[in-house]
Design a protein around this ligand. Structure first.
Ligand SMILES: Cc1cc2nc3c(=O)[nH]c(=O)nc-3n(C[C@H](O)[C@H](O)[C@H](O)COP(=O)(O)OP(=O)(O)OC[C@H]3O[C@@H](n4cnc5c(N)ncnc54)[C@H](O)[C@@H]3O)c2cc1C
Length: 383
């Protein structure tokens, strides 16, 4: 019986399996992929073979049909070793597959979902633009219906899983009209290889250096009218609802990273001897570790509660926002104190703590900055 009320023995067995995979397959490569800024096609395929893509997709579409908690455990265990790989997994499951399953036609599901469950193909979620970041409704990319084709013009920036050799395409938000002075936004699926659609990798990232981030350009790019996801004018809602669930997986990246940082700190504090004893015996160090443990416990319960609510068809957007905000902030605090506990060692590559310290920084920015999440939460308070 699991010690956590949200988890079953099946969840714990899954955790064990993913942990072993991450230790065996990801850990030996993580530092080098980070240093060289390489997105590994081979490792992504291995994660596909291990069943880390399509985790919640139906079995007849190639998925695992598992619950949200199982998905979150997988992301958490990968992030305990490497946030970049966790980001790849989270983006395919939450941002690529989930909206197609929720809003797609039968034909769209059968066309797009099965290849994304294999780890041999990724798919992007194109919301952010140069002039539309937090203000996601400020999109400037346009899609005009000409006959039976959408003609797309514009660009997207900072997009995960968008430009590697296995990037298959993007679900993008575009302006498709105007009503009462407000933009009508729609979500459209665009396959890589469509004339007028190009992408380019974004290099020199501080964090998630082994994940694929890129820019997308659309110049008179024509896609069939049937590539509309959901209904015309429904795009804003599709994108924002997708982010509500996506925040759970970003929280899982933060939780896993914080756990990895804490475990390394405990190990180091027990073995590092100064003034004739392990530094863990100094209360100033021991209390840092105790604070890490407390924050991680609270973050875990907040996240698992949000997942449980989603799995039980309860409103979960508020809880997802709270969980993503809290977990990303404690990930920063834990990574920071982990550096402190490690002393100079934690400041040098290839020590994982140096990488964790950089990787946590995105968590307070991506999929809703901490400020925007406070706005979301305050709206649920009627403010
Ligand atoms: C590695 C990486 C991967 C990403 N992947 C994707 C992806 O796959 N798809 C995608 O669409 N996007 C992606 N993004 C983009 C990410 O979602 C945006 O960076 C994020 O939404 C913030 O937008 P911005 O960077 O333009 O910041 P801005 O919106 O310019 O914000 C700058 C600052 O102003 C604050 N601010 C803005 N508006 C308000 C307000 N109303 N009240 C208070 N404060 C405010 C923000 O909180 C922030 O502190 C990714 C980014 C990175 C770095």
């Amino acid at each position: 019986m699991s010690g956590n009320p949200f988890l079953t023995d099946k969840h714990e067995a899954l955790r064990q399996r993913v942990r072993e995979f991450a230790e065996r397959e990801i850990k030996p490569l993580a530092a080098e992929l980070d240093e060289q800024e390489i997105f590994s096609v081979e490792l992504t395929a291995k994660m596909g073979e291990a069943g880390f893509f399509g985790i919640q997709a139906p079995k007849d579409l190639g998925g695992q049909e598992l619950d949200t908690l199982s998905y979150i455990i997988i992301v958490e265990e990968i992030a305990r070793i490497d946030s970049s790989q966790a980001a790849t997994v989270a983006a395919v499951n939450s941002l690529a597959i989930a909206p197609i399953l929720k809003y797609g036609t039968e034909e769209q599901k059968r066309t797009y979902v099965p290849p994304l469950c294999t780890g041999k193909r990724t798919w992007a979620f194109g919301l952010t633009e140069e002039n539309a970041g937090s203000d996601a409704m400020g999109s400037e990319t346009t899609a005009v219906l000409e006959g039976d084709h959408w003609v797309i013009n514009g660009a997207k920036t900072h997009i995960t899983n968008s430009s590697s050799s296995i990037a298959g395409g993007v679900t993008l938000q575009a302006v498709t009209g105007e009503k009462k002075g407000r933009k009508r936004l729609s979500a459209i699926l665009v396959e890589r290889g469509t004339p007028g659609f190009t992408s380019e990798p974004s290099k020199n990232k501080m964090m998630w250096r082994a994940s694929d981030t890129g820019k997308l350009y659309f110049k008179d790019c024509r896609v069939p009218a049937g590539n509309l996801l959901g209904e015309e004018g429904q795009g804003g809602r599709i994108m924002l609802n997708t982010l509500d669930a996506g925040r759970l997986s970003i929280a899982a990246v933060g939780l896993g990273l914080a756990r990895g940082a804490m475990e390394a700190s405990v190990e180091h504090a027990k073995s590092r001897v100064q003034f004739g004893k392990p530094i863990s015996k100094f209360q100033a160090v021991g209390f840092k570790l105790a604070d890490m443990d407390m924050k991680i416990e609270l973050a875990r319960n907040t996240l698992y509660n949000a997942c449980w609510r989603k799995d039980n068809n309860l409103q979960f957007a508020r809880e997802a926002a709270i969980s993503k905000l809290y977990t990303s902030e404690i990930a920063r605090e834990v990574a920071d104190e982990a550096v402190q506990v490690h002393g100079a060692k934690g400041l040098f590559k290839p020590h994982p703590i140096e990488r964790f310290y950089r990787d946590q920084r995105l968590l307070q920015i991506g999929e809703g900055t901490s400020e925007i999440l406070r706005l979301v939460i305050s709206r649920y308070m009627g403010l």
